[in-house]
Design a protein around this ligand. Structure first.
Ligand code: GSH
Length: 234
């Protein structure tokens, strides 16, 4: 069977993995999940007890959670080196280093902003403190990532890799939370512009938005969440 990536909307980090599946070019299916609704229901715990996306149903029908684990699963099957360098190369070390940074500190600093946004019932003083702290932390992590970006067109090498996929899934949170203008970090802004013009990213963003777009080469269609839970949930 084709692997099925369970991705979340709105604005899920998993959009980047959808783009990576497009770049990889091997047959895949998707399962689109409303993170504000069905992902929070008890039945979703059969896929991921932490109620998070992304999750992958592998070609063997096993559930695999955590972005880094899913990215490594894809890299291990990237025979033609379309989304990852030779795993023993210096470039692959750099890709994994960047992915780890993006998936941990870089993504994590947005947490206070999400917590403040979703706090119910509201606690204005705490929300203001979370926003202030979150914005400072996001800016600091962007400064650090800007310093890590080289002079090439992408994070590693001359074509998009899994590191770029992880970055583009998160990058748009900057404006959503009104932290700062992207141009404050010129290298990251240029990288974003390049990635946002990439057909795979445009396609993944359209799917995430629920637009009815024509099938791409490797994409074999959506599977309803209820069916995924029934067939593959624990
Ligand atoms: N450690 C997990 C974190 C995944 C994560 O936080 N996903 C977000 C969406 S980008 C989520 O599902 N958040 C829960 C929510 O929105 O309620 C990973 O790297 O895959």
């Amino acid at each position: 069977m084709e692997p099925i990536l369970i991705y979340g909307f709105p604005l899920g980090s998993s959009m980047g993995l959808v783009a990576a599946l497009e770049w990889l070019g091997k047959p895949y299916r998707l399962c689109r999940v409303d993170m504000l609704g069905e992902m929070r229901e008890p039945s979703y715990a059969r896929i991921n007890a932490r109620h998070e996306t992304p999750a992958l149903i592998t070609d063997k029908g096993q559930v695999l959670t955590e972005t880094m684990a899913i990215a490594e699963w894809l890299a291990a099957r990237d025979d033609d080196r379309r989304i990852s360098p030779d795993p023993l190369s210096v470039e692959a070390d750099r890709m994994r280093q960047l992915m780890a940074f993006i998936n941990s500190g870089f993504t994590g600093t947005f947490s206070p902003l999400w917590v403040a946004l979703e706090m119910d019932p509201p606690r204005p003083a705490l929300q203001a403190a979370l926003r202030e702290y979150g914005k400072e932390a996001v800016i600091e992590r962007h400064d650090k990532l800007e310093a890590m970006v080289g002079d090439g067109p992408y994070l590693v090498g001359d074509r998009p890799t899994l590191a770029d996929a992880l970055f583009i899934g998160i990058a748009r949170w900057l404006e959503f939370h009104e932290v700062a203008e992207p141009v404050r970090w010129p290298k990251l802004a240029a990288l974003r512009t390049r990635l946002e013009a990439d057909p795979a990213v445009i396609y993944a963003t359209a799917l995430e938005s629920g637009d009815s777009v024509a099938g791409s080469g490797p994409f074999r269609g959506h599977v309803p969440l209820a069916e995924v839970i029934e067939r593959f949930g624990s």
